[in-house]
Design a binder for this molecule. Structure first.
Ligand SMILES: [Zn+2]
Length: 286
């Protein structure tokens, strides 16, 4: 009897281990019914499709700034995750930072480190530090496996995975079309005008504040002044007045609670920033 109970308890904890994952830095437990690595082939295909159907800028100061901010934040992300035993999160990543010429006020990062900035968001970013605010936030969604978390929720809701089942392969075998649709619903390509624009459905409130916190930390570690984040969100809020509100705002509300959360996190982020710029004077703030 005791043995039976022991086996049941072990099985239950095994399911928990497989189905749950901790977010780096915040430590939040997330429901994870698939391995985020399983999403990478779909992500890379979708990303390529966006690039193939868009006007990708190859050179110029805007491209240089986006790529430099991306690489610097990538380095701090890799250093942090390696030092904290989270490097498995980055398995299979194929980082890429691209700028698409399009008025859309938007930027995103698909699973596996596939980043796009639209030229429409660059005036609101204003400079490289502003780009680092958006870059840090978007990369953090990928680092925190928010895509796999949302996919897990979708698979459960659509019945593609039932109790005790895990894995994208299982979901594909159960309900191939639904599984494909959930992905396309989260990370799809819309063609509103001449050029197509990739889109990503809004994250949950939890995921948003998590990406804010991680993003602030990683930009500071990369030597970008995190205080620029508050200014950026205020400029973004101002841009919502007038004509069409920026696409970014529909997925990222620039409300008071976001700004006050950022302000709460600021003292620690500034410490990290001072540490990183003190240690690397030559590559400090740009
Ligand atoms: Zn976000």
């Amino acid at each position: 009897m005791k043995m039976k109970r022991f086996i049941i308890a072990s099985l239950a904890s095994l399911v928990f281990v497989v189905a749950c994952q901790k977010v780096p830095l915040t430590g939040r437990n997330q429901l994870m019914l698939i391995n985020s690595k399983e999403l990478l082939p779909m992500s890379f295909t979708s990303y390529k499709e966006v690039l193939d159907t868009s006007k990708v800028l190859r050179s110029g100061s805007q491209v240089e700034m986006v790529k430099r901010a991306g690489q610097r934040i990538r380095k701090s992300v890799e250093a942090y995750l390696t030092a904290n035993n989270y490097s498995q999160v980055l398995e299979g990543f194929q980082w890429e930072f691209n700028v698409i010429e399009n008025k859309a006020v938007n930027a995103w990062c698909m699973p596996g480190g596939k980043v796009v900035f639209y030229t429409g968001i660059l005036p609101i970013c204003r400079d490289e530090t502003g780009i680092a605010v958006v870059m840090g936030h978007e990369i953090s969604h990928a680092i925190a496996s928010h895509g796999a978390e949302r996919m897990s929720q979708g698979l459960l809701a659509q019945g593609a995975l039932t109790a005790g089942q895990v894995g994208l392969g299982v979901a594909m075998a159960n309900k191939p079309q639904e599984t494909q649709n959930i992905w396309m619903g989260l990370y799809g390509i819309a063609a509103p005008a001449a050029a197509s624009v990739g889109y990503i459905l809004p994250n949950s409130r939890n995921q948003e504040s998590e990406a804010d916190r991680l993003g602030l930390t990683f930009m500071a570690m990369a030597g970008y002044d995190p205080r620029a984040a508050v200014d950026f969100w205020q400029r973004m809020a101002q841009a919502s007045g007038g004509q069409k509100p920026p696409q970014w705002l529909s997925t990222h509300p620039a409300d008071n609670s976001r700004v006050s959360n950022l302000q709460k996190l600021m003292p620690d982020a500034v410490k990290l920033y001072n540490k990183s710029t003190g240690n690397t004077k030559s590559t400090g703030r740009r």
